[in-house]
Design a protein around this ligand. Structure first.
Ligand code: NDP
Ligand code: GDP
Length: 339
């Protein structure tokens, strides 16, 4: 039997790298789509030892021609669209660019599939950000969406277009509504990795203290390497659909700091309130953390908590890595760099 062939857009990102490794292990031929002005940085693929096992092709979400050409040429069994302007805070600065990449980019792919490759199975990276500050305490596939950032609105646009192409044109496209997921491959600009890299710098006296914004925001954090398996499972189903992928547990940013600080040997005492809140290391009386207005967003989701029962039932998927283990995995990977 010939090898299955998959295209992963956003292969240089966190999820793209883990998914590529996973599909290679399953015997797939893996092709990675690279944008025109790509960072060119393949450190994640190198880190996983798969840089030379993947063919890279041009694939620019802003360019219809680039997408049409590759979809026609590739004759893919599966396409995973993980590419995006993925930063919520940057989407407030660049709402038009974000919409063009995250929403119109997906329509460009769907149109290419409809015209040139309607048997290809398609996965779209939707996001829990689409729920916004929803009144439901726990969100599942039936919860209504109330997006509150340009990023979330762009993702919802793509999500709904995908549903339309699934129903109107019978394309096999599935959408994973993924809650926050992290790993040692997470970019430093997301809060979990920022906390860990900065706490370690404070520990080794390379940084005076860590500065954060809204530490009372709650997120449902899981481990990327668990979550990418759900993407693949979605495309192995007879019937495509939308699936919430989450850990089912929710913690504040402050809880994340506490857990990482404990693991790294800090003994924190929290003092003050609001913008004046800070954390001191009781072991040496030194400041470890303070709040900085700069890191607050114009709009922020206060709490998010997913219910993945549908994925559990249909995909036989569940989140395996606990919050404590996730923090440990990320801390250990970062500490290794200092040895
Ligand atoms: P990353 O930010 O790590 O990776 C994003 C990828 O998209 C990079 O490879 C980047 O390329 C590429 N990219 C950016 N713009 C374009 C473009 N115009 N054309 C083609 N490629 C482009 O994201 P993650 O791996 O964390 O996330 C994967 C997907 O899942 C994203 O769509 C994200 O929005 C979504 N998601 C992520 C969640 C999470 O918690 N991680 C939660 C829910 C959804 P380059 O290397 O050149 O910058
Ligand atoms: P997001 O949920 O996809 O936006 O993931 P992030 O990791 O960027 O942010 C998670 C939460 O942490 C949000 O509510 C942010 O407002 C909050 N947060 C607090 N301080 C910071 C910070 O310094 N950087 C980032 N990225 N987020 C922060």
């Amino acid at each position: 039997m010939s090898k299955k062939k998959a295209l992963i857009t956003g292969i240089t990102g966190q999820d793209g790298a883990y998914l590529a490794k996973f599909l290679l292990q399953k015997g797939y031929e893996v092709i990675g789509g690279e944008r025109q002005n790509a960072s060119g940085n393949k450190w994640r693929l190198k880190e996983l030892g798969i840089e030379n096992k993947i063919q890279i092709v041009p694939f620019e979400l802003l360019e219809e021609n680039s997408i049409n050409k590759e979809v026609r040429r590739g004759k893919y069994d599966e396409i995973y669209n993980l590419a995006a302007q993925s930063y919520v805070d940057k989407s407030f600065v660049s709402p038009i660019y974000t919409t063009n990449v995250n929403a119109l980019g997906v329509i460009r792919i769907l149109e290419a599939l409809r015209q040139f490759s309607n048997k290809t199975k398609f996965y779209q990276a939707s996001s829990s950000e689409m729920y916004g500050n929803n009144e439901s305490k726990i969100q599942d596939e039936k919860t209504s969406f109330k997006p509150i950032s340009p990023y979330a609105i762009s993702k919802l646009h793509a999500h709904w277009m995908l549903g339309l192409y699934r129903n109107a044109y019978n394309l096999h496209c599935s959408s994973g509504i993924l809650f926050n997921h992290e790993s040692p491959l997470r970019s430093n600009e997301f809060v979990t990795q920022k906390i860990i890299t900065n706490l370690i710098k404070v520990k080794f006296n390379l940084l005076p203290c860590i500065k954060l914004g809204n530490i009372y925001a709650k997120r449902d954090w899981g481990y990327s390497e668990d979550y990418i398996q759900a993407m693949w499972k979605m495309l192995q189903q007879k019937k495509p659909g939308d699936f919430v992928i989450s850990s089912g547990n929710t913690y504040t940013v402050k809880d994340f700091v506490k857990q990482a600080a404990k693991y790294l040997g800090f003994n924190l005492s929290w003092q003050g309130k609001g913008i004046n809140e800070k954390a001191i290391n009781k072991n040496n009386n030194k400041l470890v953390l303070k709040i900085d207005k700069k890191f607050f967003r114009p709009n922020d989701i206060q709490s998010i908590h997913g219910n993945s029962n549908k994925a559990k039932k249909i995909l036989k998927w569940k989140s395996k890595t606990s919050f404590e283990d996730l923090v440990k995995i990320m801390c250990d990977a970062e500490l290794k760099k200092y040895k």
